[in-house]
Ligand binder design. Structure first.
Ligand code: 13P
Length: 226
């Protein structure tokens, strides 16, 4: 079973997200052996009751509810029956200052509540060229429970995100083997995945996490179809 996930980031509003979800869901009746996830923007979350698509949150604070201005919490996800969350995306880490400690606290909170957790890791070009890449990736996963049954590990090298510069097959294979030596969780790849390169990548790892090429039903469907 391959995992195909779309991260809308801060794109598509509520109306266009609902249109997308209905349209994609209706095209997936003949697709098997694929687990399909969409992570819409927070204000576009809707009831998680599609036939073929599982909805997840891009982010949430690690609390039931409370005084956390600007954040949503478990309470808000429960309203939509959402049980999947993306944690530690590089944009959360680098633009919003989420440290390994904060990401691990989120992980523990949502793990205790049996969420499917997509936990992101990935090195910068500088780290890759320093020769300390594996050490760095190891440190990014050192604070989370790698035996958690509902974990998906998403390897997204920073230099491949939104750049059109997808990692080479042998680079993905190397990281895949390394992470598989640490965990039995599915390992998926993200970073400039599109309808042209997806099938090769899906032959190397357990799935893909797609940003910009997930924003149009046609291109995302091509990736799913394989
Ligand atoms: P792109 O597919 O736009 O490079 O984004 C990847 C990503 O960050 C998915 O989480």
């Amino acid at each position: 079973m391959k995992i195909i996930a779309g991260n809308f980031k801060s794109n598509l509003n509520r109306k266009s997200t609902i249109g997308f979800l209905k349209s994609l869901d209706s095209t997936l009746d003949n697709i098997s052996n694929k687990e399909i996830y969409i992570f819409p923007a927070t204000s576009s979350l809707v009831e998680n009751n599609f036939k073929h698509i599982i909805l997840g949150a891009q982010n949430a604070h690690y609390a039931e509810s409370g005084a956390f201005t600007g954040e949503i919490t478990l309470h808000h996800l429960e309203e939509f029956n959402i049980k999947t969350i993306l944690i530690a995306h590089s944009e959360r880490r680098n633009l919003f200052g989420e440290s390994d400690e904060i990401c691990a606290t989120k992980f523990d909170f949502f793990k205790e509540r049996d969420f499917r957790i997509f936990y992101c890791i990935g090195e910068s070009l500088e780290v890759r060229e320093s020769g300390k890449m594996l050490e760095f990736l190891d440190s990014q996963i050192s604070k989370i429970d790698l035996d958690y049954q509902n974990l998906v590990l998403a390897y997204e090298p920073l230099w491949a995100i939104g750049t059109g510069r997808v990692a080479k097959a042998e680079q993905i294979s190397e990281i895949y083997r390394f992470l598989k030596s640490r965990t039995n969780a599915p390992i998926i790849y993200g970073g400039s995945v599109n309808e042209k390169n997806a099938s090769e990548i899906l032959g190397i790892c357990d799935g893909v996490l797609v940003g910009s090429a997930s924003l149009k039903v046609e291109s995302f469907y091509e990736i799913i179809k394989g």
